[in-house]
Design a protein around this ligand. Sequence first.
Ligand SMILES: [Zn+2]
Length: 123
Amino acid sequence: MNTTSINENHQPRRHMRLWEGVIGAALLALVAIGLGGCASRYDQSPDTMMIEQAFFTCSKCGSLRGGVFGKGPTKRFQAATASRCVHDWQQVSKGEFQALASERFGVDWSKEIPYWSGQAVTR
Ligand SMILES: [Zn+2]
């Protein structure tokens, strides 16, 4: 009897496929990061990581952002050049923020909610 049993425990090339998947995913991630990075470089919000009352003005374009970040209320006023500005946010007081908004953007704070119109107790 001719017993040439071919008993190859043939392992499919799994590891190759895995690598292709990993490389593909890595490339996609890089592209996503690249696109996101480019898109978000301009017109960035001030770096406030947690709920925090803070007020900022950009020393370059004059945009304003302030309020209670992460919770609200917040206000943002965009200068004409804001979308092309890599903002340089300077922290200011609420009073300065409101004065700048009135001066630059013609804001009438008395028409706003109590938080802004000065009737609310804020620290
Ligand atoms: Zn700016």
